[in-house]
Design a protein around this ligand. Sequence first.
Ligand code: CA
Ligand code: ZN
Length: 293
Amino acid sequence: MTNLIKSDRLIYSMSSENKPALEVDPGSTVVFETCDCFQNQISSSEQPIEKLDWEKINPATGPLYVKGAEKGDTLRIEILKIDINDYGVMAAIPGGGIFGGNIGESSIKILPIIEGKAIFNDSIYIPCKPMIGVIGVAPDEAAIPNGEPGSHGGNMDNSKIVEGAVLYLPVFHAGALLAMGDLHAAMGDGEVMVTGIEIAGKVKVKIDLLKNHEIRNPILEYEDKVYTIASHEDLLQAVKISAEDMLYRVIRKLHMDINEAGMLLSAIGNTEICQVVDPKMTARFSMPKWVFK
Ligand code: CA
Ligand code: ZN
């Protein structure tokens, strides 16, 4: 039996107050049907973006209650499959993104998805690499709008959260309350214009629980690398926190002192940027997995 949460179970902020859409045991497979970040309100490039219902932005499907999950545990989310719709949407919004001050008028682009490519124009076909923009759990304290990233995950817009990746999120409340949405058919690191190729779809995940295993920020494994992820209003702080999380991981796992661990990070670790356009910016720090073997 497949557990399914349909895209009519939407939340707009991550909060311990949200009522679970579904309860499952650890080890379960769940499909989340998701809307795009505009809640599928855009279907034509002629549509004025100013007329959208801005209350319905960044919906996430869920939340999922994971039985037995408690504060101090870690939720393990394996991304088994991401299926996307047959068209994506991009927007230019005055004030939005790093060129926002120079954008006079808004515009919308609809990108048909054909045979794994997003049709940008007559000559540019973009290979799709579907990813999850918003994925998170109920945060430790007050509710956090889905547009914002943090320790709980949220709008990390991390181009590595793709099929085959494994995401680890800290659990702050009973059941964890996992929700996700804001898929992108493709997105460049930084997301400079504030939209990726926004698209509706379906995400199939396997959920597991690491009991009494505390992490302070999200961690990701993808292909041959492990990533620590941090968000902050100041990008340099996000960079520092993500590197620091990796530093302590190396100190702990490889029994090194800080000097030795720092040198190793400096030699083979990479600071990478997820996004620079959300209310907090997100950085990730990568290390090759082989070093931990
Ligand atoms: Ca996003
Ligand atoms: Zn998005």
